[in-house]
Unconditional design. Structure first.
Length: 67
């Protein structure tokens, strides 16, 4: 794996772990689901933004490398 692939893999694993641990461990004592929902919305926007950044160089007919 290239360094970029390792970086994106670690980002994905970190996002996945945060999606489970933060709401169920750190926001557990809250009476409302609003905190967990807001957290999930923020993480979702970060993942969508990261996906857009990765895919922005696709289709360049070999001019630039995504790796």
């Amino acid at each position: 794996m290239s360094k970029t692939e390792v970086k994106w893999t670690l980002f994905g694993v970190a996002a996945l772990l945060m999606n489970v641990t933060v709401p169920y461990a750190f926001l557990k004592g809250r009476e409302s689901l609003g905190g967990a929902f807001l957290f999930w919305c923020v993480v979702t926007m970060a993942v969508i933004g990261a996906g857009a950044a990765v895919m922005s160089c696709w289709g360049g007919r070999g001019d630039t490398s995504c790796r």
